[in-house]
Structures are given as structure tokens and as C-alpha cells.
Design a protein around this ligand. Structure first.
Ligand code: PLP
Length: 416
């Protein structure tokens, strides 16, 4: 079962106050999540979570995370700008970009962010377009397939990210010769893993690599960045990740591999996005139409522009009809209004028999939800609302208006 973090009555008040669709975030849940993560890694004194801004790039959310002691992981110019404006110091900003434009490297250097190089070729590029910092990290790609037990989790050999071991060792040597003093290693090998074994296995591979790299290059290893990839269970049944178990699994690998190699000072960093935020967001939408042909379609006022994951990945997001907690059910497709047949939030799903005007919540939309939105069909992005710890609701982004859409067009003045 998935239970929304807001009651039916309170949500009814909010839909009176704020027109649907909107993304709703739960401050209380977010804060509790960060505290659980910090608790799980308290054994590592240098531990830091650099929240992946791309997951939920809203200043109000980033401020909450900052108050809880998180840094930020940025991957673009504007994410860097936002982080600077919010007062994140250089060492609180990780810049894990790829195929990186020169001006982004320059801004990252200007802010004193920790740059995580995606490519061996970036050593020369960074030196040419900006300069080599004292602290720097490199992103590793082991190639092959990434397995947990007997399951293939992902195919690093097909991923555009990271560099080979040979390249990483060479990059460290060159960076050291160019003045770098402290080093980090980063890898992201599988996305949305629902398994307590992912981080420990990744850690084991990176710790073994670290021992080899330090031996080969003599660099001072400052941190290992386990990046994102710890997921959430979008389905209503089944296990959730247990961050306490995950933290202990990483600790065991650390004590078995790094400590005996004299690397017991290495800091552990994470760049989690989905695990931190997904369960603490709901996409709130109302039923606007019901249509019967070869199937029954429930039309809602949100569409794939507000939540792309189902259309893009066929991803499951659980849906609750807040107005029909019980009663008869029917098999339906829940659809948006785009001229695209993949604009469906649910396909042949059993849901309560719904009526026009009912409020539905789509679960687990707090990460990679609003931020993956787009403007196809000239549909406009929705507002974002924060449910504060004190129970008050506050708009943290207004919905786009037609004039926002027209603002970047030349030779077209919609006022005339
Ligand atoms: C470099 C990097 N770090 C962190 C993340 C966050 O991943 P997740 O939201 O799965 O934790 C991403 C996601 O795309 C990423 O590309």
C-alpha cells in the first residue's frame, strides 16, 4: 500500500487554494530522510551528501537540504548559478557534468566547486579553458555489465559516462603533475536500484580501485563519491531500500579494504537525488473527462509535460483517488491531453470507479518529476507547492503563463 503524506481533507483545502495540476512536496519527510542518511553514514566523519540538483531544482527544497547539512551536485551552468545564489560554498558544490561546455568549467572553477571529470580528455580541456584546481575527482566506468548476485543491473560498457581504469590512472598522474593535490573517485553504475546490496557492491569495487590507483600514482585520496542510484520502490508492494543496512554494508567494505590499506581517512560522498526526494512529492491532478471506446479513459488535467517518466521509460507510478478510498473498481487508462498516445500515467490499471472532479495523486514524483517537464503542445509547466512542517502550504514556484511561453520568441508580441 502507498499512503499519501496528506489527508483527503487537507488536500481538498489545497486544491481550493491552488489550481491543479501541481507538484506537492513534504518538508517533514524530506528532513527525516536526510537525518536517516546522516545516521547511516555517521561512522564516516567526512561523510557528505551532495544532493543531485537535477532531481528537484527548486531553491526552497535546496534550502531545506542545506539546513540539514547537504551540499549540491550540479551538472550545468544554471544549476551552478542557483547553488551559488543559495549560498553553497565551493566545497559544498560537486560539479559532476559530462560533455562539459567551457563556460561551465570556468564557472565551476570561479565558484571553487569540486570538479568531477567525466573524461580523460577533459584533463587537457580543463587546463586549457580554466585551470586545474587543488582538489579534483575523476569518474570511473569499469565497462562490462554491473551485476548484483545473479542479476544484471546495468551495462556500464554502453554508458557514455566516465573513463577506463587505465585512463583514470593516467589522468591522476597528469593532474598531479599539473598541481592537483587531493583526489576523488566517482562512479554511478546503476540507476534506481531497489537493493541494499548496490552501494556496498559499488563501494567494494571503488575501494579496490582506490587502493590500486593510490599505489600506482602516489596521490592523496581525499574522497570516494558513490553518486546516486539508490532508488525507491515505485510499486505499492515489495521492499524498500533500508539506508541503515546500506550504510553498514558500505562500512564493512571500507573496513575490509580501505582501512587495512592505510586509507582510513577517506571521506565518503553521495549524490543522491531520487532516494532523497521521490517519495516526498505527489503530482496532484483532477479528473476532467471520462471516455469510453475500446477501453475506458480517464482524462486528467496533468499530462506527460508534468511527469515524463511513464511516457519516457514506461515507468510505474502508483495512483490514489483521494475521493474514492473504497468502492467498486474498473480497468482504465489514465491519460493527459497531449497529442501523443504515450501520454498515459497508467495503462489498463485497476482503479476505483472515478468521476469527473475527483482528485487523484500520482505518487513518488518528488525527484525527476517536475524537473523533466517540457512544453510540447505549448502546454505550460505547473506550480510547485511545499507542505511545510507546520502544516502550512506555500507556493514555491508559480505555474507558467502563456506570456512565459511567448517570452523567448522574436517577432511575435502577443500583447499586440
Ligand atoms: C552525476 C549524477 N549524480 C547523481 C544523480 C542522481 O541520481 P539518483 O536520482 O538516481 O540518485 C544523477 C542522476 O542522473 C547523476 O547523473
Amino acid at each position: 500500500m502507498k499512503t499519501p503524506f496528506i489527508s483527503r481533507e487537507r488536500l481538498a483545502e489545497l486544491t481550493e487554494q491552488f489550481p491543479t495540476p501541481f507538484h506537492l512536496y513534504d518538508e517533514k519527510g524530506i528532513r527525516a530522510r536526510v537525518r536517516a542518511l546522516h545516521q547511516a553514514f555517521a561512522w564516516n566523519p567526512g561523510f557528505k551528501e551532495y544532493f543531485a540538483v537535477k532531481a528537484t531544482p527548486n531553491p526552497a527544497i535546496l534550502k531545506i537540504l542545506k539546513e540539514e547539512g547537504c551540499g549540491v551536485d550540479c551538472a550545468s551552468y544554471v544549476e551552478l548559478m542557483m547553488s551559488q545564489k543559495l549560498g553553497f560554498a565551493g566545497d559544498e558544490i560537486m560539479f559532476s557534468s559530462n560533455n562539459t561546455p567551457a563556460d561551465e568549467f570556468r564557472l565551476a572553477r570561479q565558484l571553487g566547486a569540486t570538479i568531477n571529470l567525466d573524461a580523460y580528455e577533459d584533463v587537457a580541456f580543463l587546463e586549457e579553458v580554466a585551470s586545474i584546481p587543488k582538489v579534483i575527482s575523476c569518474r570511473y566506468n569499469p565497462g562490462g555489465v554491473f551485476e548484483l548476485g545473479t542479476s544484471i543491473m546495468d551495462h556500464p560498457e554502453e554508458a557514455k559516462f566516465g573513463m577506463t581504469k587505465v585512463q583514470l590512472i593516467q589522468a591522476f598522474k597528469e593532474l598531479k603533475a599539473l598541481g592537483a593535490e587531493k583526489f576523488g573517485i566517482h562512479a554511478f553504475l546503476a540507476s534506481n536500484t531497489v537493493s541494499n546490496a548496490y552501494y556496498p557492491e559499488l563501494a567494494r569495487q571503488l575501494f579496490e580501485l582506490a587502493v590500486e590507483v593510490v599505489e600506482a600514482t602516489g596521490v592523496e585520496l581525499d574522497f570516494i563519491n558513490l553518486s546516486g542510484g539508490v532508488g525507491v520502490n515505485y510499486q505499492p508492494e515489495g521492499e524498500e531500500n533500508d539506508i541503515a543496512v546500506i550504510g553498514q554494508g558500505v562500512r564493512q567494505a571500507y573496513e575490509e579494504i580501505l582501512t587495512p590499506a592505510g586509507l582510513g581517512q577517506v571521506k565518503i560522498f553521495t549524490e543522491l537525488g531520487r532516494f532523497m526526494l521521490a517519495p516526498f512529492g505527489l503530482l496532484v491532478t483532477k479528473v476532467t473527462h471520462k471516455k469510453q471506446t475500446y477501453r475506458t479513459y480517464l482524462g486528467v488535467d496533468a499530462s506527460a509535460v508534468n511527469l515524463l517518466r511513464p511516457a519516457m521509460y514506461g515507468a510505474y507510478h502508483h495512483i490514489t483517488n483521494m475521493d474514492r478510498p473504497e468502492g467498486p473498481t474498473e480497468i482504465i487508462d489514465v491519460v493527459g491531453s497531449l497529442c501523443e498516445n504515450n501520454d498515459k500515467f497508467a495503462i489498463q490499471r485497476e482503479l476505483p470507479v472515478s468521476q469527473i472532479g475527483d482528485t487523484l495523486v500520482i505518487h513518488d514524483t518528488g525527484a525527476h518529476g517536475f524537473s523533466m517537464g517540457y512544453q510540447y503542445n505549448a502546454k505550460l509547466r505547473s506550480s510547485e507547492i511545499l507542505l511545510e512542517e507546520n502544516g502550512q502550504a506555500r507556493m514555491i514556484r508559480r505555474a507558467e503563463r502563456p506570456e512565459d511561453y511567448f517570452a523567448t520568441l522574436y517577432g511575435f508580441d502577443f500583447e499586440k
